[in-house]
Design a protein around this ligand. Structure first.
Ligand code: PEP
Ligand code: MG
Length: 559
C-alpha cells in the first residue's frame, strides 16, 4: 500500500517489517538487466560509429570494474578466485569477440544493447554446447559479462552488490541467495524489497546481518530512484522516500533512542546467564554465516553459535572449494567464538541455491526435490570435503555438525558412517558432535529412531513450516498459509522436545526470534534458541521476564 503524504516528493511506503531496526541512506535500485527486455531499434549507416563508440566505452568501463573486483576478491578469497575476473577481461580483449561485435553491428544494423545481447548469448551457447565441463562453466562468465556491459550501456555504473557504497539502502524486486552473498553490513544499511516474506532467504540474511528490511512494498522499482534519500523502519514496516526536514528529525531522534536502549541491554546480556523468572536456564545462541556475523554475535552477547550456515561460502566461489579451503574459512570465521558452543551445518543446497560448479539438473518441484542431505548423498566428493574440513577444525574448536533437510533414518546413518570412515582414515579419535536438522514433518515424527544416531537436534521452523503447511517460503502468493506459529507446528515442536528425552533440542528457525512465541517454545520444553545475532539482546531480555511454570501446560494452549 502506498500513501502519499501530500508534501512534494516525500513519499511514505507501507509494507511489512521483515528485519527490525532503523536506517537512513541513499537508494540503490537493483535491477537484473538480463531478466528484462532492452529496447531494440534499427540504426542507419550514419549511426554505426556512434554505436561502436558506445560499445567500446562500455567495454573499457567493464574492464576497469573487473580489475577492481579482481583485487577485492583476491584480498578476500585468494588468487584462484580472482582469476575469474581476469579471464573475463581476456574475453573482452579477444580480437575475435571484438570482430564479431562489429560484424553483427554492421550486418544487422541494430542498437548496441541488442548487439551485446546477440553476440554474448551466442558465445555462451557455444560454450554450453561443448563436451568439456570446464569450458561449459565459462558460459556463466559470459552471461555475467553481458550483464555488466548492458548495465554500463544503460548508464548504470557497473555496480554489483559487492560494490555498494557505504550507507546504501538496497531497493530490489526480489533478492536471490546468490545476490545476497555479497551484502555487507559495512555498505548496506537497509533493504526495501517488493517480495520478501519473513522466511525468504534475503530476509533471513538481512536479519542476521542486523540490516533493517521492509518487504512487501508493491511497485517499488517504479517508485524509488537510485540516489533518493530513504528512511527505513524495519520494526514498523515503513519507509520514507525523500523525507522532509521534520520527518528526518523525527527519525534521527527515534534512531538515537533505540541505539541507547540496545547498548544498555547488550551490557546486561553479556555478563549474566539467561534464566527465566523461575530459574530455568535457557541458552541463546546466534545464527551466522561469516566471521563478520560471528563477531556481531559475540558483541550481542550470544552464548554460542547455534547455526552456522555454510551456503554463502560455497555459493561465492566459482569452483568447488577444497577441504583445506573450507577448513581455513571455518577456522577464520569461528575464531571470535573460540571456546563457545558452535554448530556448523553441512551445505544445504538444491531448491533455490545451486553452486554453478555442480550443474544440478533442473527439477519440476525444486523444494520437494534434491536438497540438503539428499544432494550430499548424491555427490560424495562434496560431503567428503566438508566432513574432512569439520573433522580437522573440530580438533581445535568443540564443534557440532548439523545434517540439513533430514527426512529418513538413512539420511543420518549415511553421514554418520562417512564421518566415522574419514575420521579413522585421518587418525582422528575425537569426533565432533553430530546433529540432525528437524525441518520435515517426517523427521519430527521419527525422533525416536533418529536419536540413536545423533547427539542433538535443531528444529528449523522455516522449512518445517513450509513442509507442514504446504506453503513455499519464497512464494508471496501463499504467504497467508505460511503460518510458523500454527498449532500444528507447535505440536510438532513439543513432540520433538518430548521424544528427544535427554538429547538436546534447539530451535533455530525464525520462530525462535519471535518474542511473542518464546513463552510457548519454553513451555513446549525448548531450552535452547538460536536467532539472528542482532536479536540476541531482545530475546535474552524476553526470557528473563517469563515464568515457565506459571502457565497451563502447552497442549492446552495449543487447543
Ligand atoms: C530453517 O529451515 O528453519 C532453517 C533454520 O534453515 P534455513 O532457513 O537455512 O533453510
Ligand atoms: Mg532450513
Amino acid at each position: 500500500m502506498k500513501k502519499d503524504t501530500g508534501k512534494r516528493k516525500m513519499l511514505t511506503l507501507i509494507g511489512k517489517g521483515v528485519s527490525p531496526g532503523m536506517a537512513q541512506g541513499k537508494a540503490f535500485v537493483y535491477k537484473d538487466v538480463l531478466l528484462r527486455d532492452s529496447e531494440l531499434y534499427l540504426i542507419d549507416e550514419s549511426q554505426i560509429n556512434d554505436e561502436k563508440t558506445r560499445i567500446k566505452e562500455a567495454i573499457d568501463d567493464v574492464r576497469k570494474c573487473l580489475t577492481i573486483d579482481a583485487k577485492r576478491i583476491e584480498g578476500k578469497l585468494g588468487k584462484q578466485s580472482a582469476g575469474i575476473f581476469l579471464a573475463q577481461e581476456a574475453i573482452l580483449l579477444d580480437p575475435q569477440v571484438v570482430k564479431e561485435i562489429e560484424r553483427v553491428l554492421e550486418t544487422e544494423m541494430i542498437n548496441a544493447e541488442q548487439v551485446v545481447r546477440t553476440v554474448f548469448r551466442m558465445l555462451a551457447r557455444r560454450l554450453r554446447d561443448l563436451d568439456n565441463e570446464v569450458l561449459r562453466e565459462r558460459g556463466d562468465d559470459i552471461d555475467d559479462l553481458s550483464r555488466r556491459l548492458l548495465l554500463s550501456l544503460a548508464g548504470i555504473h557497473a555496480h554489483s552488490l559487492e560494490n555498494l557504497p557505504a550507507n546504501t539502502v538496497l531497493v530490489a524486486r526480489r533478492l536471490l541467495p546468490s545476490d545476497t552473498v555479497f551484502l555487507s553490513r559495512s555498505s548496506t544499511v537497509g533493504v526495501l524489497a517488493e517480495f520478501a516474506g519473513p522466511a525468504a532467504h534475503a530476509a533471513l540474511l538481512a536479519r542476521e546481518l542486523g540490516i533493517p528490511c521492509v518487504g512487501g512494498v508493491p511497485d517499488l522499482l517504479e517508485t524509488v530512484h537510485s540516489g533518493d534519500i530513504v528512511l527505513v523502519d524495519g520494526t514498523t514496516g515503513t519507509a520514507v522516500i525523500n523525507p522532509s526536514r521534520e520527518a528526518l528529525q523525527r527519525h534521527n531522534k527515534a534512531f538515537d533512542e533505540a541505539r541507547k536502549r540496545r547498548e544498555t541491554m547488550a551490557c546486561v546480556n553479556t555478563v549474566e546467564r539467561t534464566e527465566t523468572v523461575d530459574g530455568i536456564g535457557v541458552s541463546i545462541m546466534a545464527n551466522v554465516r561469516s566471521r563478520e556475523d560471528v563477531e556481531l554475535a559475540m558483541e550481542c552477547g550470544a552464548d554460542g553459535i547455534g547455526l552456522f550456515r555454510t551456503e554463502p561460502f560455497f555459493l561465492s566461489t566459482k569452483h568447488f572449494p577444497s577441504d583445506k579451503a573450507f577448513a581455513t574459512f571455518l577456522r577464520d570465521s569461528l575464531e571470535p567464538a573460540r571456546g563457545r558452543h558452535i554448530d556448523v551445518r553441512l551445505l544445504d543446497i538444491g531448491a533455490d541455491k545451486n553452486p554453478i560448479y555442480l550443474h544440478l539438473p533442473p527439477e519440476p518441484d525444486p523444494f520437494l526435490g534434491r536438497r540438503g542431505v539428499r544432494v550430499l548423498r548424491e555427490y560424495p566428493e562434496l560431503l567428503e570435503a566438508q566432513l574432512r574440513a569439520v573433522l580437522e577444525v573440530s580438533q581445535e574448536f568443540g564443534i557440532g555438525v548439523l545434517i540439513p533437510m533430514v527426512t529418513v533414518e538413512s539420511d543420518v546413518a549415511h553421514v554418520v558412517s562417512r564421518l566415522h570412515k574419514f575420521a579413522a582414515g585421518m587418525g582422528i579419535r575425537k569426533l565432533p558432535r553430530i546433529g540432525a536438522m528437524i525441518e520435515t514433518p517426517a523427521a519430527a515424527l521419527s525422533i525416536a529412531s533418529l536419536k540413536a544416531y545423533v547427539d542433538f537436534f535443531s528444529i528449523g521452523t522455516n522449512d518445517l513450516t513450509q513442509y507442514t503447511m504446504a506453503a513455499g517460503r519464497e512464494n508471496p502468493l501463499v504467504a497467508e498459509y505460511f503460518i510458523d506459529d500454527h498449532p500444528a507446528i507447535l505440536r510438532l515442536i513439543e513432540l520433538v522436545a518430548k521424544e528427544a528425552g535427554s538429547t538436546p533440542v534447539s530451535v533455530c528457525g525464525e520462530l525462535a526470534g519471535r518474542i511473542d512465541m518464546i513463552p510457548k517454545l519454553l513451555r513446549a520444553g525448548i531450552r535452547s534458541l538460536s536467532v539472528a545475532a542482532a536479536l540476541v539482546p531482545d530475546v535474552k531480555f524476553a526470557v528473563r521476564t517469563i515464568k515457565i511454570e506459571d502457565s497451563e501446560n502447552y497442549s492446552e494452549i495449543a487447543e
